[in-house]
Design a binder for this molecule. Structure first.
Ligand code: GYE
Length: 305
């Protein structure tokens, strides 16, 4: 019908409309991520329609279908879990609505169902956490693991990255591993159960995110132990609360996972809507850094989330 992207059938001055399907609001990282996307949309001069998946894939699929039905100009999806997206992405493709996958990855049969993926290298984060731990413990420790949401790409990747590194270090032993759903309350709950069952055997907590580590810190303190000393904690994200816990000596290490992905997402979306995707990579990964109790003190004031 000759309408241009962003025209929305209006007077030609209206903003392009982007539907953003978020996972939910499981913790501090997610909050920073949502804000970053909202701000970047405004900055880029786009109208953002926000759908909160509330930690249910079903909600996310409904929201996606609804954005397709509305005929938005583009969709940004932060998928809760990795699989189960083929059908709904087909719908978007049929309507020629480009989809950008943000933060977490999808596994689909046909890669042309989305334009590009932008997010952190969560496999490498798992590796970095293990490498730090080996260095810290000399390659000998009994570890309990708090996993993220089952089926989510960062959970799978942080699980595998960590194991691939410790495979060569038989002194590092994972004695228990369970999901805390990337939530503080659930991290505390699971850690309480771990402490009941494994007590003094636990030397290290590896948490797939900071929020669960902070929950675990509370459980460790409630059990009369000193987090950071009696039990070493290493987690991932680098949110402000983790830096505070490191400065207090209660968390030993966090591997940064930058949630400020909005600007990259909208730079890419601008190109996509302009049809300028010739040299756009299928995967755009953001670099991570490792922080410990010493470096935390130096950088805490400059942290942006
Ligand atoms: O680490 C966690 C959040 O998908 C990488 O999701 C993200 C993860 C992040 O809930 O805190």
């Amino acid at each position: 019908n000759g309408a241009m992207k962003g025209d929305n059938g209006g007077d030609g001055t209206s903003k392009p409309i982007i539907g953003f399907v978020q996972t939910g609001s499981e913790g501090d990282w997610r909050k920073a991520h949502t804000e970053s996307v909202r701000e970047a949309a405004e900055e880029a001069g786009f109208e953002l329609r926000f759908a909160d998946g509330q930690a249910k894939q079903e909600n996310q699929i409904k929201a996606l279908s609804s954005f397709v039905a509305q005929g938005v100009d583009g969709i940004i999806l932060a998928p809760l879990v990795e699989t189960g997206w083929d059908n709904v992405l087909e719908k978007a493709k049929k309507r020629n609505i480009p989809v950008l996958i943000l933060d977490r990855q999808v596994e689909v049969k046909d890669d042309s169902l989305y334009v590009t993926y932008i997010g952190a290298d969560t496999y490498n984060e798992g590796r970095l956490a293990a490498e730090w731990l080996i260095e810290k413990t000399g390659g000998k420790a009994k570890v309990v693991e708090l996993q993220g949401t089952p089926g989510a790409s960062p959970t799978i990747n942080r699980y595998n990255g960590f194991r691939d590194v410790i495979a060569d270090h038989s002194g590092i032993e994972i004695i228990a591993s369970q999901s805390g759903d990337f939530r503080r309350s659930k991290g505390k709950e699971v850690m309480e159960a771990f402490l009941k069952k494994h007590g003094d055997d636990i030397e290290v907590v590896y948490a797939h995110n900071d929020d669960m580590a902070i929950g675990a810190i509370q459980a460790i303190e409630d059990a009369g132990k000193k987090p950071g000393d009696d039990i070493i904690l290493v987690s991932i994200d680098g949110v402000r609360a983790a830096f505070e816990a490191m400065v207090e000596g209660k968390l030993n290490c966090t591997v940064e996972c930058n949630p400020l992905q909005g600007p990259m997402a909208f730079d890419a979306m601008k190109k996509i809507l302009a049809g300028d995707i010739g040299d756009m990579p299928k995967k755009q990964m953001i670099k991570d850094r490792v922080y410990d109790r010493d470096s935390a003190k130096e950088v805490i004031d400059s942290r942006k989330y």
